[in-house]
Design a protein around this ligand. Structure first.
Ligand SMILES: Cc1cc2nc3c(=O)[nH]c(=O)nc-3n(C[C@H](O)[C@H](O)[C@H](O)COP(=O)(O)O)c2cc1C
Length: 340
């Protein structure tokens, strides 16, 4: 029984840890604390005498999430490890988010004799931070959609005007059709974002290249080329559509700013190496002067691209040169999924 269980070795181990830790005894009524290290007292503000003999729930408050508390209780009852973020109170009454990690300690016969836990104070509310990041990236995506829809509507009406003024229909009808297919491509992407789990993976570079080709095809002076791996890279539709939106914004930007009347060339470059995927949009346009380089990426479009890249845990680099512009996105392949 627990009275005979010698936990000195465990106390010794936890005593000098640089973070808060405690031990409880599940063989006593209500699983009370039997040991806390100095960091526990420093972190919570409770003295050893105030903590020992009580169940750790004394740190909780009415705002603590009861579903999380139930999850912890069920794990402890089942003798399993559990981790959770719980809202707790310091001795001075202040609230803090406690990242808890609890483990059962077994004796040689496999009986649970103690539970031990380490506790970490989180700087931010983990749920708010997640929700805030998601909110920001959703706003960025909606803004991207909005801008793309506007670009398309503008092009659409200018083509129609041109058709009316010149009476020319050949060729322009084709352009109108391409705009329409782009518009449906964008609505498809939007649905992909809203219902990613119901959709299949897509051939990533093929998907990106069809977006680039469709946009670049709107101007006959622009040629489009792709340098991507032959082997298909399958990607979830959620990620693919977010990268697709970024690529569409970059290609549209190049078409608007990079070239004179003689047009030029846009290249989609793709690569897979070291667990990362490179997606780059390059043009051979006028590039940027040194004074303009600083401004690059600081406008609304740049901010949206950065926000979307952040939500994908990707690195975004703007590389202007005298020979044109290249924007590259390095996307990690083993990103944690949102619902993991
Ligand atoms: C070793 C150990 C350490 C714990 N530390 C904390 C803690 O720091 N903060 C907290 O809110 N709950 C902590 N708990 C969880 C509570 O003690 C308790 O198990 C939880 O509130 C669920 O049980 P209840 O519904 O009976 O309260 C800890 C549990 C164990 C076993």
């Amino acid at each position: 029984m627990s009275k005979n269980y010698d936990d000195t070795w465990l106390c010794e181990k936890l005593k000098d840890l640089p973070y808060s830790a405690c031990i409880t005894d599940p063989n006593q009524p209500d699983n009370p604390i039997v040991f806390v290290n100095d960091q526990f007292c420093e972190q919570t503000g409770y003295t050893r005498e105030q903590a020992i003999g009580r169940n750790c729930r004394f740190l909780q408050c009415v705002e603590s999430d009861q579903d999380e508390v139930r999850r912890i209780r069920e794990a402890i009852d089942a003798g399993e490890e559990v981790s959770a973020d719980v809202l707790n109170r310091f001795a001075d009454g202040g609230l803090f988010w406690n990242r808890l990690s609890i483990k059962p300690i077994h004796d040689d016969a496999g009986q649970i004799q103690r539970f031990m836990a380490v506790q970490m104070v989180l700087k931010d509310n983990p749920y708010e931070t997640l929700a805030e990041d998601k909110r920001r990236s959703d706003t960025a995506l909606s803004e991207l959609h909005h801008r793309l829809k506007n670009h398309l509507t503008l092009i659409h009406s200018s083509v129609r005007l041109q058709m009316r003024d010149t009476g020319e229909t050949d060729g322009l009808v084709g352009v109108l059709n391409r705009i329409q297919s782009l518009q449906s491509l964008y609505s498809g992407m939007r649905q992909g974002i809203e219902a990613p789990s119901e959709m299949d993976d897509v051939d990533f570079f093929n998907y990106l290249s069809s977006i680039c080709a469709a946009i670049a095809g709107l101007d006959e002076n622009i040629t489009f080329d792709q340098l991507v791996p032959e082997e298909p890279l399958m990607m979830d539709i959620d990620t693919a559509s977010q990268v697709g939106m970024m690529v569409a914004e970059l290609v549209t930007n190049s078409m608007r700013h990079a070239f004179d009347d003689n047009g030029g060339k846009i290249v989609l470059r793709g690569e897979v190496s070291d667990g990362k995927v490179l997606v780059a949009i390059e043009d051979n346009g006028r590039g940027l002067g040194a004074d303009q380089e600083e401004k690059l990426g600081s406008g609304l479009g740049g901010k949206i691209l950065k926000q979307t890249a952040k939500s994908l845990s990707a690195e975004l680099d703007f590389n202007p040169s005298s020979e044109g512009m290249s924007v590259s996105l390095w996307l990690p392949l083993d990103r944690p999924k949102e619902d993991d």
